[in-house]
Design a protein around this ligand. Structure first.
Ligand code: F3S
Length: 755
């Protein structure tokens, strides 16, 4: 059902030749990351070496995964491409839009009713276009991917930053925006800047209270939240082989917290055991045939300094359990220093909640190790001081953990078992009293602990640690408790000590599940109708954007001259707007509302040239659009930095903006603008930014001769009748000019499809 053996066989079949070619091209032994990258080139063969951190390269990923929040716009766009079916195996996972409040049964019911139309939409599109659909309650995207789809040596993209979790099974798996997913599903190449490489050599062996989570908590402390940017982190060494596959997944998962493109491990016995245990003997057999290609060359690992851009070494034997936070995942504190740090910094030491779960730590092994601590609490007569919440990673994990009595152990501590979903990790936690914004502390096994992330309370101090440490600290109710050295007083008044955790890497009796929540697509999707209510507030089918009429744009109005930093959050804010991710017209009400107007230094207050009055950016844009007046946006440096969110390009396009002229672009946003049929232009002379006045009317002088490497000229007619002609550069190639002419990249694909 869930895996695609033929696709995997095809990937492995071509490996030998491709890796040989790549070795010749780069003229040195290869890391695992390079092997995977060079065997997934769009044009099939490595004929030249790429420069790390510089070359832009087209890749052909093997599969795509999407979660329910980001899948909405991705699929709405995919529907525009005119394809019958996705070009590569793809899946949708309903895990983000699920509440955590009362417990799995009630919460799932509430969520199905609150977001039912979104789930139904995702289900019908998936069924129609050949996409595997994982229903609400089936599990968290990255745990389900690890259990069913990840395979050593593969490349995948996913519309979620923790897609990187699949590195635990030796993949190069990368989080992207919806537009990138659409490209790959529509059969186009996917572009990535060839990453730099950070090698992490693991020696020794985990013992006692230390777990795989502590490796990444330590790495986060070393690299900080930006230290991995633009790089793949590759783990190797004897310590790496001693870790379970799901433990490796945990480490790769939080690579996102240091900004890494992704993280990965070489194929080993632990991965083979995991593949076999999750009913993928075929894949393990195939992987064994190409084992040498599924890890880095021995010469690389013998002298890593020669082949990686940076090398870190960690000895697992001496590694201490870590607790990172509050408010940032890179504030790493070894457990022995936590008490002193808490006192020094005034962090509340009373722990209110211990939460176990999230895509980072919700495997069978995680639950098993944490439950070994919980069990001791019961056996040793300890009363738990904090509340407990558990989100199993998948129905398969939940069912097996229930069968093996692990969940009962938590229930004996009055834990709430939430749905197999993201829950508190994505702020879907309806925590009682959070609105009072009281200063408090929680510990969790998640990846992110930014302010407000779990419960919306800016004063919740959230600390990230391993599931077993969450269990110990929550039982003690004290952030300063160090289970390695400290004792607790039990109900009889005795001093008791918790023994180190133990757990099963994999269930002894094998995994089991009754209904894993998977729904296969229709064999013939033609008959399937996609369900969207015309009056829906959350979903709206997209209309193709208009093609260019071939003429110069004339008499355009300046919508806003943005001052200073203008990120994708300024252009399309998140927070409450997430609700409208699948409704372009509704979400366009947040278009550029965070951008600072250069003329009055205020946000969301621009001059409407039709009335002379100041008003919100979206309303002003709509007023111009209603009168058929084109508009343009002017911006500063690195315009559109931040996320790869395609809404930041679609919204202005929807509201009638024709061009964005800036000092410089963040590259992904520039590409997104091009894909949506906009003109993304940069000042040839940055100082011309100052020439643009509030009441200008703008005429393009030579757009009708739009061609690669030929600057465009825009005439700004000022209120006093004077004019400035401004030269604007662009980076459109022939194919991208084709997108512009057709109105969008998707329109172009559709045209080609129809030919
Ligand atoms: Fe979900 Fe949190 Fe992971 S939102 S995908 S569990 S980071």
């Amino acid at each position: 059902m869930a895996f695609d053996l033929d696709m995997i066989k095809a990937v492995y079949a071509g490996m030998n030749e491709k890796i040989e070619a790549a070795r010749k091209a780069v003229n040195k032994p290869l890391t695992l990351s390079e092997k995977i990258l060079y065997t997934h080139l769009w044009d099939g063969k490595a004929t030249k070496a790429f420069t790390r951190g510089k070359s832009y390269v087209d890749f052909a990923p093997d599969r795509v995964a999407m979660q329910d929040a980001t899948a909405q716009m991705a699929l709405l766009q995919f529907m525009q491409a005119g394809k019958d079916k996705v070009a590569v195996p793809s899946t949708v996972h309903c895990d983000h839009l699920i509440l955590a409040k009362e417990g799995a049964k009630e919460d799932l019911k509430t969520s199905l009713s609150a977001s039912g139309e979104v789930f139904n939409f995702l289900e019908s599109v998936s069924t129609k276009y050949g996409i595997g659909f994982w229903k609400p309650g089936a599990g968290i995207i990255h745990q389900v991917v690890l259990e069913n789809y990840a395979f050593p040596g593969g490349m995948m993209i996913g519309t979620d930053s923790h897609t990187v979790n699949a590195g635990g099974l030796g993949m190069v798996a990368i989080g992207v925006g919806g537009a990138d997913a659409v490209d790959v599903m529509a059969g186009m190449a996917w572009e990535l800047k060839f990453p730099k490489l950070i090698g992490v050599k693991l020696t020794g062996k985990l013992n006692g209270w230390t777990s795989a989570k502590d490796v990444i908590l330590k790495v986060a402390g070393i690299l900080t939240v930006k230290g991995g940017t633009g790089a793949i982190i590759e783990y190797f060494g004897p310590g790496a082989q001693s870790l379970s596959a799901t433990g490796k997944g945990t480490i790769c998962n939080m690579g996102a917290e240091v900004g890494a493109t992704t993280s990965t491990f070489g194929y080993d016995d632990a991965m083979e055991r995991y593949l076999r245990s999750t009913d993928r003997n075929d894949i393990a057999d195939e992987a064994n045939k190409v084992r040498e290609h599924l890890t880095g060359d021995a010469a690389v690992y013998a002298e890593p300094e020669k082949y990686f851009d940076q090398v870190i070494e960690i000895d697992l034997t001496t590694l201490e359990p870590h607790v990172n936070g509050p408010f940032t995942p890179d504030r790493a504190t070894p457990i022995s220093q936590l008490k002193a740090e808490a006192v020094k910094n005034g962090w509340p030491t009373k722990v209110e909640w211990g939460l176990i779960g999230s895509c980072t730590n919700s495997s069978y092994e995680d639950l098993s190790r944490a439950s070994s601590i919980a069990k001791q609490a019961v056996e040793k007569g300890l009363k738990t001081k904090s509340e407990f919440g558990i989100n199993p990673g998948s129905e398969q994990v939940r069912y097996t953990a229930e069968r093996d009595g692990l969940l009962q152990i938590f229930e004996d501590l009055d834990a709430t078992i939430f749905t197999n979903a993201c829950g508190p990790c994505i702020g879907q936690w309806a925590r009682t009293g959070a609105d009072k914004a009281e200063k408090n502390t929680i510990v969790h096994s998640f990846n992110r602990n930014f302010s407000k992330r779990a419960d919306g309370n800016p004063n919740t101090h959230a600390f990230v640690t391993s599931p077993e440490m969450v269990a110990a600290i929550a039982i003690s109710g004290d952030l300063g408790f160090n289970p390695l050295t400290d004792t607790l007083t039990n109900e009889k008044g005795e001093q008791v000590k918790l023994d180190p955790p133990f757990g099963a890497e994999l269930p002894e009796l094998g995994f089991a599940v009754e209904d894993n929540g998977y729904q296969a697509p229709a064999t013939d999707g033609e008959e399937v109708t996609v369900k969207v209510a015309p009056d829906s507030k959350r979903l709206q089918l997209l209309e193709p954007f208009d093609a260019w009429d071939g003429k110069n744009i004339v008499n355009a109005q300046l919508l806003i001259k943005a001052y200073g930093k203008c990120t994708t959050d300024h252009i399309s804010m998140a927070g409450p707007w997430l609700r409208y991710r699948g409704h372009l017209d509704n979400i366009s009400e947040n278009c550029l509302i965070g951008a600072v107007n250069a003329f009055n230094q205020e946000t969301n207050k621009v001059k409407n040239q039709l009335t002379g009055e100041y008003g919100p950016v979206p309303a002003t844009a709509r007023a111009y659009k209603a009168k058929g007046i084109p508009s343009i946006v002017v911006g500063d440096h690195n315009y559109g930095e931040g996320s790869s969110r395609e809404h930041a390009a679609m919204e202005p396009r929807h509201l009638g903006v024709k061009a964005v002229l800036v000092k410089s672009f963040a590259r992904i946003h520039e590409t997104n603008l091009k894909k949506q049929g906009m003109l993304a232009l940069t000042f040839a002379n940055e100082a011309d930014y100052d020439k643009i006045r509030e009441n200008d009317k703008i005429n393009f002088l030579d757009l009708d001769q739009f061609a690669p490497e030929k600057p465009l000229h825009l005439e700004f007619v000022h209120e006093d009748g004077s004019k400035d002609v401004i030269k604007a550069n662009h980076t459109y190639n022939d194919a991208q000019i084709g997108w512009y002419k057709s109105g969008s990249a998707l329109n172009k694909i559709k045209e080609l499809e129809a030919q």
